[in-house]
Design a protein around this ligand. Structure first.
Ligand code: HEM
Length: 395
């Protein structure tokens, strides 16, 4: 099968990938491509195939379990990162996930509601002159502050942390990855200092709980502790920022739906699900490796090959969603894949839903004349994530 090449991370592609995805679903639902100029990959674009892929035990997350030669080379000091739950299979995955699962249940997350409300309120109160840049001033600080507080990262360090994290998640595969090394190095040094501080002076935060689990013996290794805090911090804000900013942008581009949302508070719950589907803040599911030769939609995938499910395409599949390119805040049923499926289903989904369902309506409420300042929206350069980089608003 010939390779189809396109720049998944290119902001121009990110601005509107849906016509391309519709063609791929029709003409090449499983096709070979490359991540950047580097690793070969199979991309899967239809809803049913992506849903099956995410749950299929014939795929491993850890390339070693698929005896894959595709695992990217990485310098030794980065190796702890591969010990994060999203890149592991049972039983390690189950052990690591169960260590933090309790902190992210809907019931415990609901306790954060007053704090998310006061934070969103503070951020809006800071707006001067009736203008804001949605990402920097609101959509980013909400999830970044909340995950930082949950873990116990001092407020003064959060922006520095976000700069490292952005460098890491936006590095293009292959040679581009070299540029992320100094950021990862600084981030690791910083986190290790935080762990030492919590050992000496325990507090009521998740880092302390994890440091204690690591000290308790065989539940969490030193590398796994680092990987855990890293993934919670990064996944905890680099995604939700896209849902809040992308969600507000989608509403501004669909004024009838925006009016509907303002008029009917009962619409909030389905509206957040529809925005998650429509925006698909995580555009691609992460790597999966075939443990054996197998077929997807009649295409043979060989053992060890890497497969990525295109969530952004599955969520617009016309065979699964009526009028998939229409934003319909009352859509029901709405079994979108924005938070994944199966064993690796998003751990933070209750938190992301809570943050978006507070931040989006509060902004609409405070700014009855909310408008885009100019037609230009810049998109972030990312292969796996999709969200606006800058949205200038008049309140
Ligand atoms: C709108 C916001 C979010 C979206 C769209 C999202 C999406 C996803 C998706 C699609 C996956 C599965 C990836 C795969 O199977 O390859 C995932 C996993 C994960 N997410 Fe989220 N996420 C969001 C917010 C969060 C937040 C706030 C946290 C904070 C803790 C978080 C933590 C995680 C973790 C730890 C995993 C790995 C779970 C595992 O391997 O068992 N996410 N997320």
């Amino acid at each position: 099968m010939p390779e189809i090449r396109f720049e998944l991370a290119d902001p121009r592609f990110k601005a509107d990938p849906h016509a391309t995805y519709a063609r791929l679903r029709a003409e090449a639902p499983v096709f070979r491509s490359r991540l950047g100029r580097g690793r070969p990959v199979w991309l899967v674009t239809r809803y049913d195939d992506v849903a099956a892929l995410l749950r299929d035990p014939r795929f491993a997350k850890d390339p070693a379990h698929a005896r894959s030669g595709d695992a990217p080379w990485m310098p030794g000091f980065l190796r702890p990162l591969t010990r994060n739950m999203l890149d592991l299979d049972a039983p390690d995955h189950t052990r690591l996930r169960s260590l933090v699962q309790k902190a992210f249940t809907p019931r415990l997350v609901e306790r954060l509601r007053p704090r998310v409300e006061s934070l969103a309120d503070e951020l809006l109160a800071r707006v001067r002159g009736g203008r804001m840049e949605l990402v920097r001033d609101y959509a980013l600080p909400v999830p970044l502050t909340i995950i930082g507080e949950l873990l116990g990262i001092p407020a003064a360090d959060r922006n520095r942390f976000h700069r490292w994290s952005t460098t890491v998640v936006s590095a293009s595969p292959g040679l581009g990855a070299v540029r992320l090394l100094p950021a990862v190095w600084s981030m690791f040094r910083y986190l290790r200092a935080q762990f030492a501080a919590r050992r000496a002076d325990p507090r009521d935060d998740l880092i302390t709980a994890l440091v204690q689990a690591e000290e308790a013996g065989n539940r969490l290794s030193d590398d796994e502790l680092l990987a855990m805090v890293f993934i919670l911090l990064v996944a905890g804000h680099e995604t939700t920022v896209n849902l809040i900013a992308g969600g507000v942008l989608a509403l501004l581009q669909h004024p009838a739906e925006l009016d509907r949302m303002r008029a009917d508070p009962a619409l909030l719950r389905p509206a957040i699900e529809e925005l998650a589907r429509f925006v698909s803040p995580v555009e691609l599911a992460t790597e999966r490796y075939a443990r054996e030769d197998l077929e997807i939609a009649g295409v043979t995938i060989r053992r060890g090959e890497m497969v990525l499910g295109v969530i952004g395409s599955a969520n617009r599949d016309e065979t699964h969603f009526a009028a998939p390119d229409t934003l319909d805040l009352a859509r029901d049923p709405n079994r979108h894949l924005a938070f994944g499926l199966g064993a690796h289903y998003c751990l933070g989904a209750p938190l992301a839903r809570l943050e978006a369902s507070i931040a989006i309506p509060m902004l609409l409420d405070r700014a009855p004349d909310l408008r885009l300042r100019g037609p230009e929206v810049r998109w972030r350069r990312h292969a796996f994530l999709r969200g606006p980089r800058e949205v200038r608003l008049t309140l």
